[in-house]
Design a binder for this molecule. Structure first.
Ligand SMILES: Nc1ncnc2c1ncn2[C@@H]1O[C@H](COP(=O)(O)OP(=O)(O)OP(=O)(O)O)[C@@H](O)[C@H]1O
Ligand SMILES: [Mg+2]
Length: 425
């Protein structure tokens, strides 16, 4: 690892005179990671990647931005990974250790502790990974969270269900992507959900919250919110997950002072404070109930996936991958980032019996009508293989429409949801 100097001293010039050395876990995966790595390099950091991809398999963008890369056999063999990293560093210590991929966040915290690097500890990171612990901390701080309980056995699920009452949600304590998540409205559905989740080691049984589902996303530095976003899922991710015919949308809203988003911001800021989050991206999900209450859903100490950072970029005409890097390296943004548009991403899933994309029906007509409002169009090309809609959030392509007026943005997004058909044959 040539280049990373053997310095273990602090001091004010550190990081300004010679640039910052950042160890970045999994720089090539998921899809957005190379863009964050590029951002760090652009703002003057040297980025040292560790991942379980071969160097040759890294996306070009990541490879170009990295100062060095250590391939490991499996990131999830934590002891072996930490030993390889220590060996690679040979006594050198990076200024920061970053991981923006949820499953690697505890590993990043363990590494910080082992190498004596500042940043979130294991104890501070655990509530961000364990949905029961997360809600316990927040409830103690007075945040409105769904009633919930942890269950490891059938009897424990039944006991929690009895205590909380229908309707319920059953989901894994450490879940992602709405996998193994069930809405339960009566005893029969509870039995079905129990059968379907037998392989899940730990379940959280939760009060079902009716209402619209939103996000609250931030970039923070030194405990200060430097950028914030309120998103809106249409429909709820669980509904999109279960219904193939739906072209799911996620919006980034322009007016954060409108009554709904303002409630989400207040909730989000209380949550960040209660969890003691100081730096980096945060991604919270919350419910806006028919009575107008904002109820906490979950939070990750990482950026949102599913192209939402791109959507923020289109809403602001900015580069939030780089803005995160500025916050991480310099503790501030180069310039304030504000919303210019409402921006909506629409995810397309192919229809038809075949395994290859055959046509993008309706696209020409829609572009002719609304082309000026389309900020991005990235559909799987005709002839390419169809995605597995159950596994892929992006599916067979995505596009972004944007407009300063929210009503108009919703109309545009709905037209692309309903009238653009990706056909597989
Ligand atoms: N208490 C609840 N009330 C109503 N719906 C819920 C509740 N909990 C979860 N859901 C639905 O299930 C989805 C998945 O749940 P959740 O966001 O907690 O888990 P996840 O799989 O970790 O999601 P992500 O992919 O965002 O990490 C939510 O987006 C929401 O649509
Ligand atoms: Mg979620």
């Amino acid at each position: 690892m040539s280049g990373l100097p053997r310095v273990c001293v602090g001091g004010p010039q550190r990081g300004t005179m010679r640039g910052m050395d950042i160890l970045f876990l999994s720089p090539g995966y998921p899809a957005e990671m190379p863009l964050f790595v590029r951002g760090l390099a652009q703002v003057g950091a040297r980025v040292w990647g560790v991942g379980d991809q071969a160097k040759e398999a890294l996306p070009e963008e990541a490879r170009r931005a990295l100062a060095g890369y250590l391939p490991v056999k499996s990131l999830w063999d934590e002891e072996a990974t930490m030993a390889s990293i220590q060996n690679w560093l040979g006594g050198r210590r990076p200024d920061k250790i970053e991981c923006l991929w949820e499953p690697g966040m505890i590993l990043a915290a363990k590494l910080r502790e082992r190498l004596g690097v500042a940043g979130p500890t294991v104890a501070q990171t655990t509530p961000l990974r364990d949905k029961v612990e997360m809600k316990r901390v927040l409830e103690a701080a007075g945040v409105r969270v769904p009633r919930n309980g942890r269950a490891r056995t059938r009897q424990e699920v039944l006991t929690q269900a009895e205590r909380i009452g229908f309707p319920l949600i059953l989901k894994p304590v450490a879940g992602a992507g709405s996998d193994d998540t069930y809405e339960v409205r009566d005893q029969a559905q509870l039995e079905d959900a129990l059968r379907a989740t037998q392989h899940v080691p730990e379940i959280i049984v939760e009060e079902y919250i009716e209402g619209e589902e939103h996000t609250y996303d931030t970039v923070c530095a030194n405990g200060e919110v430097l950028f914030e976003n309120v998103g809106w899922y249409r429909p709820k991710p669980l509904v999109a997950k279960l219904n193939h015919w739906i072209s799911a949308q996620a919006l980034c809203l322009k007016d954060l002072d409108a009554p709904g988003p303002a409630k989400g911001r207040a909730l989000g800021r209380a949550v960040i404070q209660a969890l003691g989050i100081r730096d980096g991206f945060t991604h919270m999900e919350w419910f806006h109930t028919p009575k107008g209450e904002a109820v906490f859903g979950e939070i990750g100490g990482r950026p949102p996936g599913s192209r939402l950072v791109h959507v923020m970029n289109y809403a602001c005409d900015a580069d939030l991958f780089r803005a995160w890097a500025e916050a991480t390296v310099h503790g501030r943004l180069a310039q304030p980032i504000t919303k210019k548009y409402n921006a909506a991403v629409v995810f397309k899933r192919a229809h038809g019996p075949g395994q290859r994309i055959r046509a993008h029906e309706g696209l020409d007509r829609l572009l002719e009508r609304h082309g000026e409002h389309v900020a991005n169009l990235d559909l799987s090309p005709v002839g390419s293989a169809r995605a597995d809609w159950k596994k892929s959030q992006v599916g067979d392509g995505w596009l972004v429409v944007r407009h300063p007026d929210l009503g108009r943005t919703l109309e545009l997004a709905d037209e692309f949801s309903n009238e653009l058909r990706v056909v597989a044959g």
